[in-house]
Ligand binder design. Structure first.
Ligand SMILES: Nc1ncnc2c1ncn2[C@@H]1O[C@H](COP(=O)(O)OP(=O)(O)OP(=O)(O)O)[C@@H](O)[C@H]1O
Length: 251
């Protein structure tokens, strides 16, 4: 069996009318159950990469393999079939919820879409509990909770189908430092409990310290360095990685 949940080969995306590709010839792999961090300054192509993997934008060339399936040419209905196993959470969780639906109902919708049997309401409440929210959150609307609570609910919704891969695109960037660390602790414990792989996209290299097994550093649409997290942080080889570390408050 392929030990990689995700394999990316020579992936390029150039938006229509753009002078250069937003990502170019990206090669990456992520093992089952591990966390890979993607770091880099604003505009380096991190979100483009995440959105391409999640099927939210078409790629220009190259391949994306999810387990052994090549998904880079999948259409939306083919992608829908793998969303139980491949989920994504975003920087602004409130925007990812339907404002007219309670948090509980949004989670139930995923349980239904993913064909999870059992009582929808009690399953949704236990997912909320697992993410540190009590049963009262089931009936709350996205605009009635804090950003951190909303991100917890988004995580509860994302893990409804026990995904094999969770893509976190700047999932903690809009939160204050204390809430950020709590969400990272939650993601870490879910990763351990569920054996889920995580692609953790973030502009702040100091956060990968807490979260990631491996790190890839992106600059201008290219990966300039990748290694295990401790090597990237303590023995960076690339000048850009060194500059990112110097600019962070990692120590
Ligand atoms: N829909 C789009 N159409 C045209 N260009 C785009 C589009 N989305 C992104 N880009 C361009 O692609 C490049 C990479 O953007 P991307 O959002 O992937 O970077 P990022 O590293 O995620 O940045 P940030 O940390 O600010 O979110 C940028 O130059 C951006 O302007």
């Amino acid at each position: 069996m392929n030990k990689n949940i995700l394999t990316i080969k020579n992936l390029t995306k150039q938006f229509a009318g753009a002078k250069r590709p937003s990502i170019e010839n990206i090669n990456l792999s992520l093992d089952f159950g591990r966390c890979l961090g993607i770091v880099g300054e604003s505009g380096s192509g991190k979100s483009t990469l995440a959105r391409a993997i999640a099927g939210l934008i078409p790629v220009s060339s190259g391949e994306i393999y999810f387990e052994d399936k090549c998904i880079s040419k999948f259409n939306f209905s083919q992608y829908k079939k793998i969303y139980k196993d491949l989920q994504m959470i975003f920087q602004l969780p409130r925007e990812s919820f339907n404002p007219t639906r309670t948090l509980g109902n949004s989670i139930v919708l995923n349980l239904k879409n993913f064909g999870i049997a059992g009582s929808y309401k009690s399953n949704a409440i236990s997912l909320l509990n697992r993410c540190g929210l009590d049963a009262s959150f089931y009936d709350k609307y996205p605009n009635e909770v804090s950003g951190g609570e909303c991100q917890r609910a988004a995580i509860a919704r994302a893990i409804a189908g026990s995904p094999k891969l969770l893509i976190c695109d700047e999932a903690t960037s809009a939160l204050d430092m204390i809430v950020q660390k709590k969400i990272i602790a939650l993601l870490n414990s879910l990763k351990e409990e569920m054996g889920m792989a995580i692609l953790f996209i973030c502009h702040d290299i100091s956060l990968v310290h807490y979260m990631c097994d491996d790190v890839a550093v992106m600059k201008s649409g290219h990966i300039v360095e990748k290694n295990v997290a401790s090597q990237i942080i303590h023995k960076p080889k690339n000048e850009y990685t060194k500059a990112l570390i110097e600019a962070s408050n990692i120590y």
